[in-house]
Design a protein around this ligand. Structure first.
Ligand code: ADP
Length: 486
């Protein structure tokens, strides 16, 4: 089947639906309103017709009684039939044929029977449709709806019935009103539909702008914005869209930077391995020289494994595949476990690794990640502490609703200008220092980024205080476990 371009799209558009709904509702309201007006007028006209019929009947009765009174004013469109009590037509007058009269009498008798009226009970009225009679009266419109009254009369010794009828709506007012209402409603709907389309078109214009711009934005030009001004809902939507683009742009740029930094970090050890091995292979070397080269290769390899592990951890964190299992855990227990794990490293480095009281402190957390966080902090302490009496200390405690763990060292500290960037990925205070002196643990600048991520994933926060020449203290604050409170 061939699609007619444009049309299906239009029929699915909000514009179209808005206009349709609007028109349907308006049509409903106008119809109810018109029906109300029409019903009221019809009722009034009916009332008038009946009233004038009764008046004429009274006039006839008075005339028959011979009291003089006002002359009977019958109009050309009125119908008067006189029958005797047996139903025989005695006389008739008005816009009727003979056949009409016969019909009329039949109807009158039927109505009489139905009402079961005795002679004493005076009148019956009915409404009847007339076919094919033209009313010759001046000004009267051809109409076929009549009201009739049947009334028993007696004049002298004779008694019979008078059937008197007049048109229900002699001037065709009802039909005219109906015509006016229908035309009026249709015209209003047409105008409303046109206006509605125009309005909906105007209101939806920013949506087109948004759609067209969004279509042209690709991953490479995330710096484009919609920049729609105003305070309406669509401007709000556009602004939200712009804000989302800004976030995406930042995320993309961070990702790009991350990949660039990671490649850069891996290039250095790979170059060192390449250079050292090429040099060793160029000619025969002494055993000592080979041992030195292999030592260098091993340490660079360790650095790279460490880096790749950290990169993997961060990649998993970024993609939300950490699979954290939150349980009630004791922060002091975890701190002690981390200290025990790193005790041998501290000993090798001649660092005194101490702990404070370590009271029981329950938080909601994943033990594996908390252990990694503390290990990173303690490893850093061991790496960067210095002087004759090298010391790293781990304390835990609680103030108010928050629980903290502090890892402090007696190292040379961190200059204050570096503190705000410390948790950025690949950020190192002194690149040369962290690579040269500490081959065993290797420093890529990712450790603190991981610490920060784990702390935030637990609803916590890392604070750092450092006095150059005296030492550094990292403090991680968590909310106390709510279940432990209860
Ligand atoms: P790295 O693997 O290089 O140690 P981190 O992210 O763990 O990376 O640390 C970032 C930088 O912060 C380190 O390069 C170091 O310069 C500084 N730093 C971290 N911990 C300490 C500390 N306890 N004392 C002094 N400097 C520190």
């Amino acid at each position: 089947m061939k699609k007619i371009p444009g049309i299906p799209v239009f029929f699915h558009s909000i514009r179209f639906r808005l206009v349709v709904w609007f028109t349907v509702i308006l049509a409903l309201v106008l119809s109810i309103f018109s029906a109300f007006i029409y019903y009221n007028q019809a009722r009034d006209i009916r009332g008038d017709a009946f009233y004038s019929l009764e008046r004429k009947m009274t006039d006839i009765e008075i005339a028959l009684a011979g009291d003089g009174g006002t002359p009977v004013m019958l109009q050309a469109s009125d119908v008067l039939v006189i029958i005797d009590s047996g139903g025989k037509v005695l006389a008739y007058q008005g816009a009727v044929t003979e056949k009409n009269v016969i019909d009329l009498v039949k109807n009158a008798q039927a109505a009489q029977q139905q009402a079961n009226v005795s002679h004493a009970e005076p009148q019956i009225s009915w409404f009847q449709e007339w076919k094919g009679v033209s009313s010759p009266g001046a000004g009267a419109v051809l109409t076929s709806h009549y009201f009739f009254i049947l009334k028993p009369v007696s004049a002298g010794m004779r008694s019979g019935f008078i059937i008197l009828g007049n048109p229900f709506d002699p001037y065709g007012l009802n039909d005219r009103l109906l015509f006016t209402l229908v035309i009026g409603v249709l015209l209003t709907l047409a105008v409303a539909m046109g206006g509605g389309l125009w309005l909906a078109d105007r209101a939806m214009r920013p949506v087109h702008t948004i759609t067209n711009t969004a279509r042209t934005i690709s991953e490479t030009d995330l710096n484009r914005r919609l920049n729609i001004t105003g305070r309406d809902e669509l401007a709000e939507l556009a602004n939200t869209f712009d804000a989302m683009l800004a976030r995406l742009q930042t995320a993309f740029e961070r990702q790009r930077q991350f990949v660039a930094d990671a490649s850069h970090e891996l290039r250095t050890p790979l170059t060192i391995v390449n250079l050292e091995s090429s040099r060793a292979l160029a000619s025969r070397r002494t055993v000592d020289e080979y041992q030195r080269v292999l030592g260098v290769i091993r340490s660079e390899n360790e650095f790279m494994s460490h880096l790749v592990n950290d990169l993997l951890t961060l990649a998993r964190m970024d993609s939300g595949q950490m699979g954290m299992e939150m349980n009630r855990v004791d922060l002091s227990d975890i701190s002690l476990e981390a200290v025990e794990r790193l005790a041998s490293l501290a000993e090798r480095k001649n660092v005194r690794l101490e702990t404070g009281d370590l009271p029981e402190l329950t938080i909601d957390g994943d033990k594996r990640y908390l252990l990694q966080m503390l290990s990173n902090l303690i490893e850093n302490g061991i790496k960067y502490t210095s002087g004759d009496d090298k010391k790293v200390r781990v304390d835990t405690g609680q103030d108010g609703n928050s629980v903290w763990v502090r890892v402090s060292d007696s190292g040379e500290g961190i200059p204050p200008e570096h503190l705000p960037h410390l948790f950025n990925r690949f950020y190192r205070v002194d690149k040369a220092r962290s690579r040269d002196d500490n081959n065993e643990t290797g420093g890529s600048g990712l450790g603190l980024a991981i610490v920060d991520w784990i702390a935030r994933a637990h609803g916590g926060e890392v604070r750092v205080e450092s006095v150059p020449g005296e030492g550094t203290a990292f403090e991680v604050h968590f909310k106390i476990s709510r279940t432990a409170h209860d």
